[in-house]
Design a protein. Structure first.
Length: 310
């Protein structure tokens, strides 16, 4: 592949996600779990701008505190850029500017969105012209949620969440996000789930090694019916998250008291996603949660995955 610098900079936007449904399989010997999840990309975006550079670097701005984010080679966006450069034989680096809006360690895949946007931005900046399937294969090596951030829309994820199948969703779904003032470690939440399952092994059903998404979720999405979807929302990680952060339970109750059709922990949390009947109901719920001194954002989905905007 020939290196061809084509543009002075590239800006890419990639969405955060909500897990509408999540079943977690049994713990494997390698310490991981297979999952079955229904992802929906929503209108809360990360923006990555890539500039030519001799080295690899990243800096942050945006609506959230980024002071704790690593800016060295451990950063997922830097890893994405270096991986693409190695595969394409690119002899130079890239300077990344990331405008962050998705909560950090919030269960919405913000870091994954950064990595997906970086792959698209560097592909355009360097003129490498990889096919979508090639980018998806690279994305899967970076993390379970990165391929979905690249793909967007609504999809079913199996395996580690990175084996994707598009799911038909008609119309728009309206959500209100309650953003926590703290983050949560995904491995910590999975560990809490494993401890809970072991402690209550005699009372709980044995987790399957190959979980699947309930057909009711797919039917609700296909129908574009928010009320049907509300009845189908499920997250195996929710109990573990609430045990580690019990204050979230009161916020779930508050949201449902103020008109949410249902509330759910997104991914490993602590972001809470409330499904509203329509745009007007979402606005009323946002106002109510804001009045309770919570950070509440209105979003809708599904939206496109990572794409060039400039």
């Amino acid at each position: 592949m020939t290196f061809a610098q084509t543009v002075p900079s590239v800006r890419v936007r990639a969405p955060g996600k909500i897990n509408l449904f999540m079943k977690v399989g049994a713990l494997h010997d390698d310490g991981y779990h297979d999952v079955a999840t229904a992802y929906q990309a929503v209108s809360l975006y990360e923006e990555v701008t890539a500039y030519p550079s001799e080295t690899f670097s990243v800096e942050f701005s945006g609506s959230i505190d980024t002071s704790a984010l690593p800016a060295d080679r451990t950063n997922l966006a830097i890893r994405a850029a270096k991986m693409l450069a190695r595969k394409a034989g690119i002899p130079t680096g890239v300077r990344l500017e990331i405008q962050k809006n998705v909560p950090i360690a919030g269960g919405m895949g913000g870091g994954s969105a950064d990595a997906a946007a970086t792959l698209v931005a560097c592909d355009a900046l360097w003129g490498t012209e990889f096919a979508k399937d090639e980018l998806l294969a690279l994305a899967a090596k970076l993390g379970a949620d990165v391929p979905f951030s690249l793909m967007g829309g609504t999809a079913i994820g199996t395996g580690r969440g990175d084996r994707l199948s598009p799911a038909l969703a008609t119309g728009d779904f309206h959500w209100v996000l309650a953003i926590a003032e703290f983050g949560m470690s995904t491995p910590l939440v999975y560990g809490e789930l494993d401890r809970h399952r072991e402690l209550h092994a005699n009372e709980l059903a044995v987790p399957t090694s190959s979980p699947s998404v309930d057909t009711a979720v797919l039917q609700a999405l296909r129908a574009g019916d928010a009320r049907l979807l509300a009845d189908s929302l499920h997250n195996d990680l929710q109990a573990a998250t609430l045990h580690l952060a019990p204050g979230l339970g009161a916020i779930l109750e508050l949201g449902e008291k103020h008109g949410a059709l249902a509330g759910i922990v997104s991914g490993s949390g602590p972001t809470l996603a409330f499904l509203a009947a329509d745009a007007d109901a979402a606005l009323e719920l946002q106002v109510a949660l804001s009045a309770a001194r919570l950070t509440a954002l209105r979003v809708h989905g599904p939206v496109h995955g990572a794409r060039v905007i400039h």
